[in-house]
Design a protein around this ligand. Structure first.
Ligand code: ARG
Length: 562
């Protein structure tokens, strides 16, 4: 099934100096199918063998057992392998039809637990596009990791603690009203917060009041706690609505506040190891040997900081989950924070800090401009999802006005489009958000992939959804070759995505497969009664299975009709 492996095995007896893994690593995909399906370059061997690469290629071909292949030929400095197409086709189709949605599952993770810190929006502010990125990347990584036998734990590390709550309480007490907050919690809390930042420029004394309120909060003051709890639960309700629309759930909502009673231990350890230094009244850990700025652990007024809570959280996660890896899907602008976090843990003697990985991602801009809550320049996620669904509705009305379940399909297409668009970009790339582009049915979009899947399902319906034997579906039609090869590459694609923590690898794969399949059925009559009818349907069915599974890994639904 793994044809790269097959080629490496065939080469091994002729290349006794190299391990099969070494050979595997050298095998390439030729540019055109005229040069075969896989090629082994001989340049690098020339030095050790003291022979011209062309000669080496010729020698290898002489020595190789060619029975498993259509042919093996030396072309210049390459050994080119042509696979037996009908046997290959039968093999791939059998595997996909037998495994179904489990095609591509692998026993790599050994059930090791992987906490994924994801989404983690801040209370009393709207979920931003940045948090959306974290949410969908984290969710997709969780799906990918669990497919290869890891146990992801999705943690929403809510920003529900910190000096900003002192500011919020101050602002609420000055200008807020219960009725307003009840009517529209997030927007009104945001309004108070933005106003605080406008007015404290001329009234710096407001900052002192805010600091006091946060101190009170840290000391469990009743009024402060009451307001904080209320702001938190109202915000969480609004967040949950968005998660529901995205169909994403979490294993834990332990946010920053959860670690309030767990920070004393962190400070104790740091103290006992002599790592804390005083700097202008504050307590810091020197990280100059890591080429990093000092980590600020406690402010001069004793208030703890973001990183102090993250230290407590990291330790808590290690103890609770005994993780094999611990991931943080957080914007690239926090890279330095995570470097400091790992360095401090290392200094504390926790070697497992090497298992912590920050998974950064780039910025989403609009019209080329950075978004920011403080300035009020935000894209409201709820609105984006509404607009995307409305656009999807419009497109469906044009293309397929009689469709049943129009609302559910428009939901799946509109929301899927936003998610897919976010994931098809390599995560470190910045991108500009443009809704029209996101929801297009053509081009490299989510709806395009969903449409290819729905097309496959519609062909199968027309054929009467026949029961197809998994074995013996030989398909010799060269037009099917690209699609077949892509199908066979799905398992390796999933592994590659997991190693790079890169859902875009799966998204790009889904686009390629959809494209190859569209080309195939554009050029080939599928529903014709001949010897290969069932094999063609087996191919269609396999494409449907793999597209649906690829979309599932991304957190995107695949409607059967659209
Ligand atoms: N609430 C933070 C923010 O919006 C993100 C938290 C990321 N997770 C963490 N463990 N630091 O910027």
């Amino acid at each position: 099934m793994d044809y790269k492996q097959q080629v490496a095995n065939a080469l091994a007896p002729a290349l006794t100096d190299l391990s099969v893994e070494d050979i595997m690593a050298k095998i390439e995909q030729p540019k055109t199918s005229k040069q075969g399906d896989l090629a082994f370059p001989t340049f690098t061997l020339a030095k050790t063998l003291h022979k011209a690469p062309q000669m080496i290629a010729g020698d290898i071909v002489e020595k190789i057992d060619q029975t498993g292949f259509e042919k093996v030929v030396a072309m210049g400095p390459y050994v080119n392998f042509f696979l037996k197409k009908d046997a290959f086709a039968a093999d791939v189709l059998q595997q996909v039809l037998t495994d179904g949605a489990n095609f591509g599952d692998a026993k790599i993770g050994g059930q090791g637990q992987v906490p994924i810190d994801m989404s983690s929006p801040n209370i009393a502010k709207p979920i931003s596009m940045g948090h959306l990125r974290s949410t969908v990347i984290g969710n997709s990584l969780a799906n990918i990791l669990s497919k290869i036998d890891y146990k992801p734990v999705k943690i929403n590390h809510l920003g529900d603690w910190g000096t900003q709550f002192g500011k919020l309480i101050t602002a609420y007490k000055m200008w807020g009203s219960e009725a307003e907050v009840k009517a529209d919690p997030i927007n009104n809390l945001l309004k108070y917060y933005v106003r605080f930042h406008k007015e404290d420029v001329d009234h710096p004394e407001m900052d002192d009041v805010a600091r006091d309120w946060f101190k009170k909060l840290e000391n469990g003051d009743e009024e402060a706690m009451h307001l904080w709890k209320w702001f938190r639960s109202e915000s969480l309700k609004a967040f949950q609505q968005i998660y529901k629309r995205l169909d994403i759930d979490f294993d834990s909502f332990n946010g920053e506040a959860f670690y309030n009673d767990k920070m004393a231990e962190v400070v104790d350890i740091l103290e006992s190891k002599g790592l804390l230094q005083e700097s202008q009244g504050a307590e810091v850990v020197d990280l100059s040997k890591y080429d990093l700025n000092p980590a600020l652990i406690k402010k001069s007024d004793g208030a703890t900081l973001y990183i102090t809570r993250d230290l407590a959280a990291a330790i808590y996660r290690y103890r609770t989950y005994d993780f094999v890896q611990s991931l943080y899907v957080v914007g690239n602008e926090q890279s330095n924070h995570f470097k400091q976090l790992k360095a401090v843990l290392k200094e504390m003697g926790f070697d497992w800090s090497d298992q912590i990985h920050h998974i950064p991602f780039g910025l989403i801009t609009q019209g080329g401009k950075k978004l920011s809550t403080r300035s009020g320049r935000v894209i409201l996620l709820d609105k984006v999802l509404d607009d995307a669904v409305a656009l999807a509705h419009k497109q469906i009305d044009e293309k397929n006005p009689d469709l049943a379940n129009k609302d559910a399909v428009a939901d799946a297409v509109g929301i899927g489009a936003v998610v897919f668009h976010d994931l098809k970009n390599e995560r470190m790339n910045n991108f500009d958000f443009n809704l029209e582009e996101v929801v297009r049915f053509e081009g490299e979009t989510g709806p395009y992939v969903q449409y290819a899947h729905a097309r496959a399902e519609s062909i199968l319906r027309k054929a009467g959804n026949p029961d197809l034997a998994a074995a013996g579906q030989t398909l010799s039609d060269p037009a099917a070759w690209d699609t077949l090869k892509l199908l066979s590459e799905f398992p390796a694609t999933v592994v590659r995505a997991s190693e790079a923590y890169e859902p875009s690898v799966v998204a790009k794969y889904a686009i390629h497969l959809a494209k190859a399949f569209n080309k195939y059925y554009g050029n080939t009559k599928i529903l014709v009664e001949d010897d290969e009818l069932n094999a063609r349907l087996a191919l269609v069915k396999s494409v449907s299975i793999v597209l649906k599974e690829a979309l599932r890994l991304l957190g995107v639904k695949a409607p059967d009709e659209m």
